[in-house]
Structure formats: C-alpha cells, structure tokens
Design a protein around this ligand. Structure first.
Ligand SMILES: Cc1cc2nc3c(=O)[nH]c(=O)nc-3n(C[C@H](O)[C@H](O)[C@H](O)COP(=O)(O)OP(=O)(O)OC[C@H]3O[C@@H](n4cnc5c(N)ncnc54)[C@H](O)[C@@H]3O)c2cc1C
Length: 385
C-alpha cells in the first residue's frame, strides 16, 4: 500500500525530502507557510557530501546551468581600498572540480521544478496540531483541513513550528551564537567592483562582502557580533545594518542603500537536540540541526539528510520507526562535526580582535603560494570527506 508523508516547509530540506520520498514510492503533501515561492539571493556552496547528495538526487544538470563558478576575492580595508586579491584560479584549485556555488533560491528552484508536477504543495498553509497513535499521524492544517499520514516531516527551518508543537513545547533548542546575518540581492550592479569579483572587508567582530556577478546576480552579505541579537532584530535590517557597517567605504554604502524589507536578516543560532524523532514525526534540515552559515554546510546537510531519509525508508519498508532510528544514527556524527566547525568559524567571519584580522590576512596571502595552496587544498578535501 502506498505510504503517505506530510512535509512542513518548502525550502531546500522540504523540497528535497518531497523529491526523494516520491522516488521511494510515497505519496507526498507539502505545506508551506509563505503564500508563494520566494527566492532570496545569497549563495550556498555544494562540496563533498553536499555535491554528492545533489548528484544522487539528480540535481546536477539543473544546477550546472546556474553554477556561479568561482570568483576573484578582493580583500579590502575599511575605506574600501584593496589590501590584496585571491584570484579565481587559486580558489578553484583549493575547492577542486566537484564543487559548486549557487544562489540558495536557484537550488530551491531546481528542486521545485523537479517536484511541482509530482507532489501536492499547499502554499499559505501551516501545521496547527498533530496527534499520533503509533501507526498514523493526524495533522490539522491552517486551511481547516485534517490529513492522515504515515509520517510527518518538519522541514520548516530554524524557527520550526513542528518542533515547537511536537518536541517539548516551550523548550527552546536554539543556541544563540550572538551574531546577526543579513544577506540580500542587489538591484543595481555594484560599480566599484570588477565583473566577476567580490570585495570583502573583515574587521574585528564583523564581515561585509559585496559580489558583482552582473545584473540580477549580484548580492551583499553582512555578519556581525552582538551581545543583544534580539535588540538588533527589533531595529530592523536597514537600521541595524547601517549602524553596524555605515562607517565602511568602497561598495558597502551603495549596497546598504539597497537593503529591502524582505532582506534575509536573522540572528545566528544553532539547533541542538538529543533526538530529531518523536514517533512518526521527524525534523530535518535547519529545523533539526541548524549548523548556521558559519559552517557553510546547511544546504549540503539538508540535501544529504533528505536523500538518506529516502534510502532508509526504502530499506526498512513499512517499519518507519526502525528507519528513523537508523537515519538519525547515520546522520548525527556529520551534524555534530559541522556544528563544532561552525562554532570555530565565527572567528573567521567576526575575528575577536585586530590581531586575529592580521593573522587571517597572513593566511589568505599565503594561499597564493603554490606549496601552501596544496596544503590548504588537502585540508579542504579532508574537511569535506
Ligand atoms: C547567509 C547564509 C549563507 C549560507 N551559506 C550556506 C552555504 O554556503 N552552504 C550551505 O550548505 N548552506 C548555507 N546556508 C544554510 C542554508 O541556506 C540552510 O541551512 C538550508 O537552506 C536548509 O534550510 P531548510 O530548508 O532546512 O530551512 P529554510 O531554508 O529556512 O526553509 C524552511 C521553509 O519552511 C517554511 N516555514 C517556516 N515555518 C513554517 C511553518 N510553520 N509552516 C510551514 N512552513 C514553514 C519557510 O517559509 C521556508 O520555506 C547559509 C545560510 C545563510 C543564512
């Protein structure tokens, strides 16, 4: 008999789950809170297991067309003047051939194109209540309907509603890393940056990056440390980002003038849970294990998690409980590794002091030396095994 899954969230984790479970023979209903598809514009890297999961899910042909490739990074001083350049060829040699950089929205679009005709997606709909009796979950939705399924997947991101409903209501599993992140597409191409290049300013406690990949493909990214992220969020993206970066020169002032109300602006929190399962309800992606942008690995883990979920459900057939236990055991070591790396990564994006900035500059300059480049290439490959 065909088994049925309800997936909450149509982001990368939710759409990848929908695709993989459909392939495993499941009937899939996706519910998404947003009224329509959105595609916001920061970049994600797919390397190592993330690239391989994209390959297994059959996404590479669609993604290759949208691959942004590697670009020259220009490290700048606060006034925007160049400190030094890391040429695209050096970055390419460091990451290798089986790697891709795409806009998050493009990855979502490629997934959406694969599932739009084969699964049902209800936009503007959320999960309101969940009951379960061992063999079945009953889900009440905000459109007034009630649905029955063999499995409910909460792929509804960092602020997951399914997590709130089904995993110790009132317990906040978020661990605040005390940083803010803002990322948004630029409607005007940055004038002060050569085509196919980015400028990055890294100073104590903050990073500002602006990327010129031409019309419709340029974007800006900001992250900074704060002792009171909630107060920063309350200011709103434009005010908070202008206060934190308004003193910088180069391409930053024009980028700050382009912050829109729907820019991605959030505090940086990991989600840390002892288990991602409760009976026939399971969390996947940022809802379960958000590793944060400092890991550069959230999309990869979402794709891999969805692909593995399909694989274990195929292996265990109707024994959903055994499949979920197996799935969690397989994924947890990689998630713990990425969360630990992300916590260390905060110092890369928001160095604690000027001395850390100088030390980082030395490493970046050294990347251009052939011997050091090989060492760094090996270390990137080891981290992505
Ligand atoms: C600036 C930045 C840079 C990043 N860079 C990288 C990178 O280089 N590499 C990488 O691998 N990852 C990166 N990531 C992380 C990556 O984007 C996410 O980890 C990944 O997209 C997985 O997200 P998700 O689908 O689990 O959640 P989300 O993308 O948050 O999607 C959740 C979906 O659920 C919906 N939703 C929310 N609440 C509800 C509800 N109650 N009911 C129904 N639907 C709901 C949302 O509207 C959304 O569509 C980055 C993240 C940021 C912020």
């Amino acid at each position: 008999m065909t088994q049925r899954v309800i997936v909450s969230g149509a982001g990368i984790a939710g759409l990848a789950t929908a695709l993989r479970l459909h392939r495993a023979g499941w009937d899939v209903l996706v519910v998404e809170r947003a009224p329509a598809r959105r595609s916001s514009g920061y970049m994600v890297n797919l390397i190592g297991p993330g690239y391989e999961a994209a390959e297994r899910l059959g996404l590479l042909p669609g993604l290759t067309e949208r691959d942004l490739g590697v670009f020259t990074s220009i490290l700048t001083k606060a006034d925007g003047r160049e400190k030094f350049k890391v040429p695209a060829a050096v970055v390419q040699a460091a990451v290798g051939k089986r790697a891709m950089t795409v806009f998050r929205g493009d990855l979502e679009s490629v997934l959406y194109e694969q599932v739009r005709d084969i699964v049902t997606i209800r936009f503007g709909t959320t999960v309101q209540a969940v009951g379960q009796n061992g063999d079945e979950v009953q889900v009440d939705l905000s459109d007034g309907s009630s649905e029955r399924a063999d499995l409910l997947v909460g792929a509804d991101g960092l602020h997951s509603g399914v997590r709130e409903l089904m995993f110790s209501p009132g317990t906040d599993f978020k661990v605040d890393l005390r940083h803010l992140v803002g990322a948004f597409p630029l409607s005007r191409v940055p004038r002060d940056i050569p085509d196919g290049a980015s400028t990055t300013f890294i100073g104590p406690g903050r990073t500002a990056a602006v990327i010129n990949l031409g019309p419709g493909r340029s974007s800006a990214f900001f992250t900074y440390r704060s002792d009171d992220p909630a107060a920063e969020l309350a200011k709103g993206s434009a005010k908070a980002l202008n206060a934190a970066f308004g003193d910088l020169g180069g391409a930053v002032p024009d980028a700050l003038r382009q912050v829109t109300a729907d820019a991605y602006f959030d505090s940086v929190s990991q989600v840390v849970m002892d288990t991602w399962r409760n009976g026939r309800v399971v969390l996947l992606g940022d809802a379960a294990w958000c590793v944060t942008l400092f890991a550069g690995y959230g999309a990869a883990l979402a794709l891999n998690g969805a692909d593995e979920l399909g694989a274990v459900l195929e292996e265990h057939g109707s024994n959903v409980s055994a499949a979920l236990t197996d799935w969690e055991t397989r994924l947890r070591p990689e998630v713990l590794k990425r969360q630990a790396l992300a916590r260390k990564g905060t110092a890369q994006f928001a160095p604690p002091s000027q001395a850390h900035v100088w030390a980082r500059d030395l490493v970046m300059r050294a990347i251009q030396l052939p011997g050091i480049r090989t060492l760094i290439q090996r270390s990137i490959q080891r981290a992505n095994q």
